[in-house]
Design a protein around this ligand. Structure first.
Ligand SMILES: Cc1ncc(COP(=O)(O)O)c(C=O)c1O
Length: 360
C-alpha cells in the first residue's frame, strides 16, 4: 500500500474546542463540520468534539449521518432546506435549519410537520451572499414567529471581514440596529470573530451561539497570524514517505516542465504524494516540507502522484524516510501561504484515496 496517510488527532480537536471555550465561555458552541469536517472526516471530527453544543453542516445527508451515528446535539443546516421534502426530513430528524430566502419561508409556511422546527434566521449585513437585508428582516421575523411550523428563532448573520483589519463594526451595528427590539438568541461569530471580536460573541444573551470552523482544526483564520499564537494545535498530520532518491548534477532538472534545475549537485527525494492526494499543484519550489523530522523544501512541479524535495542536507534520508507534508513541523497554513491559498482549501482538498487514521 502507498505510505500516504492523514492522521486525525482527537485530543487536538478537544484542545481546540477548549480554546473556543476560553475565548467565548458563555456562548453555546456550534462546531462547523461541513465539507466532511473540513476534510478530516465528519464522524471522526464529531467524535473528537463530543463536548460541543451543536454541529453545523451543509447537506441533510450529513445531518442524518450525525443523527444515525448517535449524536444528539443540535444539528444545523447552514444553507437551510433545498426542497419541501428536506423541511419534512429535517423536522423528522430534529435538525435545525437556516432560513435565508423567501422560497424557504414559503416552504416552511406550507409544510405539514409533526413537530415545529428551530430556525436560524439569517440577515445579510453586507456580505451579500445569503440572508434578508435589514429592511425586510423584521417583516420576515414576524411572519415566521406567527408560523405554526416554527419553534425557536435564532437571529444570525455572517461577517465577510472578521479576519481583516476593517473588522466587523459596520455590519455588527447594522445587525444590532435591526434586531434591537427582539429578545432572541444570536449567532454571529466564526473563528476570526471568536478570536478577535468578543463583541460578536453575544454572551450576554442566553442561548446565543458562536460558530467556530477552521480554528477547531488548528489552522488560522487570520492570514499572517500563526494558529499557534492563538494556542491552537493542528488536528491533521498529512504524511508519506520517500519512495525514490535521485542525484542531479549541476544543470540537470527534475520533474515535468524541468521547473527545477540544479545549480549544484543536488540530492532529490521523490515523495509519494501528488495533487491527486490533495497537495496543491501550484506549490512553488521552496514550499516547506519535513523529512525524517527535519525541515527542507519542495522542488520541481508537483505531479499527480508524486512530488520532489531537496535532500542535499539530509544524506541520511533514504527510501522509506518519513515525510510530513503538513502537521506539527510544517503548518498547513505555511504550505497554503506559499501556494497562494488558505489552510481551509488544502484541508478540504485531501482526497478520498488518502487513508485516514484517527488517534486519541
Ligand atoms: C455561516 C458560517 N458560519 C461559520 C463558518 C465557520 O467559519 P470559520 O471556518 O472561518 O470559522 C462558516 C464557514 O464557512 C460559515 O459559512
Amino acid at each position: 500500500m502507498r505510505p500516504i496517510q492523514a492522521t486525525i488527532s482527537q485530543s487536538a480537536l478537544q484542545h481546540n474546542l477548549n480554546v473556543v471555550k476560553q475565548y467565548a465561555p458563555h456562548s453555546k458552541i456550534m462546531s462547523v463540520v461541513k465539507a466532511n469536517g473540513y476534510g478530516h472526516g465528519l464522524i471522526n471530527v464529531a467524535h473528537g468534539l463530543t463536548d460541543t453544543d451543536g454541529f453545523a453542516v451543509l447537506g441533510l445527508n450529513e445531518a442524518i449521518d450525525l443523527r444515525e451515528a448517535g449524536f444528539e446535539q443540535t444539528v444545523l443546516l447552514l444553507e437551510g432546506a433545498f426542497s419541501a421534502d428536506e423541511v419534512q426530513l429535517a423536522s423528522g430528524f430534529n435538525v435545525d435549519i437556516v432560513v435565508h430566502s423567501m422560497p424557504q419561508v414559503e416552504m416552511l409556511e406550507r409544510a405539514k410537520l409533526l413537530r415545529p422546527i428551530n430556525i436560524h434566521l439569517k440577515m445579510n449585513t453586507g456580505m451579500n451572499r445569503l440572508g434578508f437585508v435589514p429592511n425586510e428582516y423584521m417583516t420576515i421575523f414576524n411572519r415566521l414567529k406567527a408560523c405554526k411550523n416554527v419553534a425557536e428563532i435564532t437571529l444570525m448573520t455572517h461577517f465577510a471581514t472578521a479576519d481583516e483589519d476593517v473588522g466587523i463594526a459596520e455590519p455588527l451595528q447594522r445587525f444590532q440596529n435591526t434586531i434591537k427590539t427582539l429578545k432572541q438568541p444570536l449567532s454571529l461569530a466564526n473563528s476570526a470573530a471568536i478570536l478577535q471580536h468578543p463583541e460578536a460573541h453575544a454572551q450576554e444573551i442566553e442561548g446565543s451561539w458562536v460558530r467556530p470552523g477552521i480554528m477547531l482544526y488548528g489552522a488560522t483564520p487570520v492570514s499572517g497570524t500563526p494558529a499557534s499564537e492563538f494556542g491552537l494545535k493542528p488536528v491533521m498530520r498529512f504524511t508519506s514517505e520517500i519512495i525514490a532518491v535521485q542525484t542531479l548534477e549541476k544543470g540537470e532538472s527534475v520533474g515535468y516542465g524541468n521547473r527545477f534545475t540544479a545549480n549544484k549537485k543536488t540530492r532529490v527525494g521523490v515523495v509519494a504524494c501528488g495533487y491527486a492526494d490533495g497537495y496543491p499543484r501550484h506549490a512553488p519550489n521552496s514550499t516547506p516540507i519535513a523529512v525524517s523530522g527535519k525541515l527542507t523544501q519542495t522542488i520541481g512541479r508537483v505531479s499527480m502522484d508524486m512530488l520532489f524535495c531537496d535532500l542535499t542536507d539530509a544524506p541520511e534520508a533514504n527510501i522509506g524516510a518519513p515525510v510530513e507534508l503538513w502537521g506539527n513541523l510544517v503548518s498547513v497554513d505555511a504550505v497554503a501561504e506559499n501556494s497562494g491559498t488558505v489552510g481551509y482549501e488544502l484541508l478540504c482538498a485531501v482526497s478520498r484515496r488518502v487513508p485516514m487514521k484517527v488517534v486519541a
